[in-house]
Design a protein around this ligand. Structure first.
Ligand SMILES: *Cc1c(COP(=O)(O)O)cnc(C)c1O
Length: 301
C-alpha cells in the first residue's frame, strides 16, 4: 500500500464489535451484535473507507492525481472521497445529481471546502453516468484522471470490505448490511464462510436490480445470501415518522446513533423480523454499522 494511505489509516480507530442488550432478544433467544464501522474515523464514513481504500491505492499506482466520481447532495461516498483525497494530496471532481441548490447541503459545502470541484448534472445525464463501471470507462478522461463509479462500487472495493469481515472474532450465524449499490454486501459475501448466511437490506425502492448487480461483482457464485427488499420506507431519501421514532428509541436505549437512509432501516427490519420469529432461536446475528451519520444533517421528516 502507498505511504499516503498508510499515513491516513494511522488516524483511524478500531471498529468495535458490541452485543446489543435488549430484553426483547432474550425473549426470542436471539443475539444481536453490531460491528461499529461508524467509529472508524471522525469524518470518513465506515463502509465508504472500506470500499475506497484499495481503489485509492490503485489510483496512486496508475499515477493519477485526480479522482472523479458521482453522487447525490447528501452522498456519503463523495464526502469520504473528498476528505481522504484532500489528506492524500489528490484532486477531486464530483458530478452531483440535479441542479445546484440555492444553498449547498452540509455535505456539498464540506466537500467543496475540501477542494472537490462540483459539477451539477441533470438527473437524466446522471443516470447515464451509471453505465461507466470501470476506472477508465468515463469518456473524455485524460491521463492522471481516475474514475470511480457511483458509491465507489467496483471489484477492488470488495478487498477492503473483506478486511471488515476478517476482523470479526466471535462465532456467528448471520451477518447483515444495508445495501445501496450492493458493493459492500458483495465484499461481505465474498469473505464469509459458506456455512454462514449473509442478509442485505435494500435502502431503495424497486431494488430488484441488486441481485444481479451483486452477482456481477462476486468473483464466484455463492448461494448463502439474500437481499430483503421490504424495508425501504418509501424509497432512498424518504423516511416515515415510525422509522424516525424507532431510531430515536434505539439511540436512547443503546447510545448507538443511526441514520434513516441505511442503518436505521436495517435495524428496524432486524427488530421486526426477530419479533416475527424469522430467525431460529439460538442464532447470533451481526449487523454492520456502515456509518453515514454525516448524511443525517438537515434530515427532516
Ligand atoms: C453507501 C452506504 C451504504 C451502501 O453501501 P453499498 O456498498 O453501496 O451497498 C450503506 N450504509 C451507509 C451508511 C452508506 O453510506
Amino acid at each position: 500500500m502507498h505511504s499516503e494511505l498508510i499515513k491516513l489509516e494511522e488516524t483511524f480507530k478500531p471498529s468495535i464489535l458490541a452485543k446489543i442488550d435488549d430484553p426483547l432478544f432474550a425473549q426470542y433467544q436471539i443475539e444481536l451484535w453490531m460491528k461499529r464501522d461508524d467509529l472508524l474515523h471522525r469524518v470518513i464514513s465506515g463502509n465508504k473507507w472500506r470500499k475506497l481504500k484499495y481503489c485509492l491505492d490503485n489510483a496512486l499506482s496508475t499515477g493519477a492525481d485526480t479522482i472523479i466520481s458521482m453522487g447525490g447532495a447528501y452522498s456519503n461516498h463523495l464526502h469520504a472521497l473528498a476528505y481522504a483525497a484532500k489528506v492524500m494530496g489528490l484532486k477531486t471532481l464530483g458530478f452531483i445529481r440535479g441542479e445546484r441548490p440555492e444553498m449547498l447541503t452540509p455535505t456539498l459545502s464540506d466537500i467543496q471546502n475540501w477542494g472537490m470541484e462540483l459539477k451539477f448534472v441533470s438527473r437524466s445525464n446522471y443516470r447515464l453516468l451509471r453505465q461507466y463501471k470501470g476506472c477508465d470507462d468515463l469518456p473524455g478522461l485524460i491521463p492522471g484522471q481516475y474514475w470511480l463509479p457511483e458509491g465507489g462500487a467496483q471489484v477492488l472495493a470488495l478487498k477492503g470490505v473483506r478486511e471488515l469481515v476478517n476482523e470479526i472474532d466471535v462465532a456467528y450465524d448471520i451477518i447483515c448490511a444495508p445495501c445501496g449499490t450492493g458493493a459492500t454486501l458483495a465484499g461481505i459475501i465474498d469473505a464469509v464462510p459458506e456455512q454462514k448466511s449473509v442478509l442485505g437490506f435494500a435502502a431503495l425502492k424497486n431494488a430488484g436490480f441488486l441481485q444481479s448487480d451483486v452477482e456481477s461483482l462476486l468473483p464466484q457464485p455463492c448461494s448463502n445470501w439474500q437481499i430483503n427488499l421490504d424495508y425501504h420506507f418509501g424509497g432512498f431519501a424518504t423516511t416515515t415518522t415510525e422509522l424516525m421514532a424507532f431510531i430515536a428509541d434505539f439511540e436512547f436505549k443503546t447510545g448507538i446513533p443511526l441514520e434513516p437512509v441505511y442503518t436505521g432501516k436495517m435495524m428496524y427490519a432486524l427488530y421486526d423480523l426477530i419479533e416475527k420469529r424469522s430467525f431460529k432461536p439460538g442464532q447470533r446475528i451481526i449487523a454492520i454499522h456502515t456509518g453515514g451519520l454525516q448524511g443525517k444533517r438537515g434530515f427532516t421528516v
